[in-house]
Ligand binder design. Structure first.
Ligand code: MTE
Ligand code: MO
Length: 331
């Protein structure tokens, strides 16, 4: 009884962190271990990806300015105080790396607060010749997005993540959140926003897709490739699916345990807008015999697109095809 209480409290105190909640075998209870274990990834668990080491910037009013320049009516400089004082929007957004191979975990979800980018662009005034918005960052990373994407109300310059100031690793003082696009198009540590005719970004110069539109994806979190499932026991398969709104959001997720011959619908246990991942689970009775079992998962989007067995790897435009895990069943 005491142990059960302890586990329950632990589950609450780690809410918001993707740490799986352990099973408590002593009571024979089967609290399922889900991965991701919560809709919002805690900052400590949020994946990180950068070309160098994260620059330590100061939002100090004496030094830091965000410049909106280039093909604008008038170059505009914003202080951190300006940015954080404007009307803001708070929303969940999932980030996924374009180089993330099928089923791995360079994908996390947070709740962010920021200023809609069009608000700032309108203050500077866009000249008709401008076609792209270029972001130059303190670590010398740079990338551009089309003006039409920049002008969406959902394109945010974020300064808070899960209720706190953007951590250094995730782009302090500001980063872009660009719906529908992989991490490459979500620059961190932005110092200059430049309106231009065209631009080739850091990763595009190295062969990655300049559009970087998120493709329909699912990952199986449990079982992992090193997990052992107890023969004959009830087991919960779980994971996340995401399309960043490019296919109308996730409609359903299906699981196959017979090498793709038959598919069962998983339960969606947490979701938000299509700009955040969809978490799913499927409870299943493991075979009584020892051996291996292939777990497959595929996502079906609201526009009818369904993931297939065959696809391609991450380079140059993001991985496609469903995720499979070979799970060990043992006594
Ligand atoms: N300035 C800057 N922004 C960047 C990068 C970078 O190296 N430098 N990496 C990009 C890539 S490839 C990804 S996947 C995301 C990762 O964001 P995160 O580290 O907050 O998860 O940041 C993007 N923004
Ligand atoms: Mo990335």
């Amino acid at each position: 009884m005491k142990r059960r209480k302890f586990v329950k409290i632990l589950a609450i105190s780690t809410a918001g962190v993707t740490l799986p909640i352990r099973q408590f075998g002593a009571l024979g209870a089967t609290e399922p271990v889900l991965k991701p274990g919560s809709m919002i990834t805690g900052i400590a668990d949020f994946y990180k990806l950068e070309i160098g080491s994260p620059p330590q910037l100061k939002a100090d009013p004496k030094s830091w300015r965000l410049a909106v320049t280039g093909l604008v009516e008038k170059t505009h400089l914003f202080t951190y105080k300006d940015l954080t004082g404007y009307p803001s929007k708070t929303a969940m957004r999932t980030l996924k790396c374009i180089g993330d191979p099928i089923g791995t975990s360079q994908m996390s979800n947070a709740e962010w607060t920021g200023v809609p980018l069009p608000f700032l662009l309108q203050k500077a005034g866009i000249k008709p010749a401008a076609k792209v918005v270029v972001f130059r960052c303190a670590d010398r990373y740079h990338t551009a997005i089309p003006i039409a994407d920049a002008m969406r109300e959902d394109t945010l310059l974020a300064y808070k993540m899960n209720g706190v100031d953007l951590p250094k690793e995730h782009g302090f003082p500001i980063r872009l959140l660009n719906p529908g696009h992989y991490g490459t198009k979500n620059p961190k540590w932005i110092v200059t926003i430049e309106l231009a005719k065209k631009h080739e970004g850091y990763w595009e110069q190295r062969g990655w897709d300049p559009v970087a539109s998120v493709r329909l994806a699912t990952m199986i979190g449990t079982p992992g490739k090193d997990s052992t499932i107890k023969a004959g026991e009830t087991y919960t398969i779980s994971g996340a699916a995401f399309d960043s709104g490019n296919h109308g959001g996730i409609k359903s997720v299906e699981v196959s345990l017979d090498d793709g011959r038959t598919w069962k619908t998983a339960e969606i246990w947490a979701s938000d807008s299509p700009l955040a991942w969809t978490l799913w689970k499927y409870t299943w009775k493991a075979p009584k015999e020892e051996g291996t079992v292939n777990v497959y998962a595929r996502a079906i989007a609201n526009d009818g697109l369904m993931q297939k067995a065959t696809g391609f790897d991450a380079a140059p435009a993001g991985a496609v095809s469903y995720h499979t895990v070979e799970a060990k069943v043992a006594k």
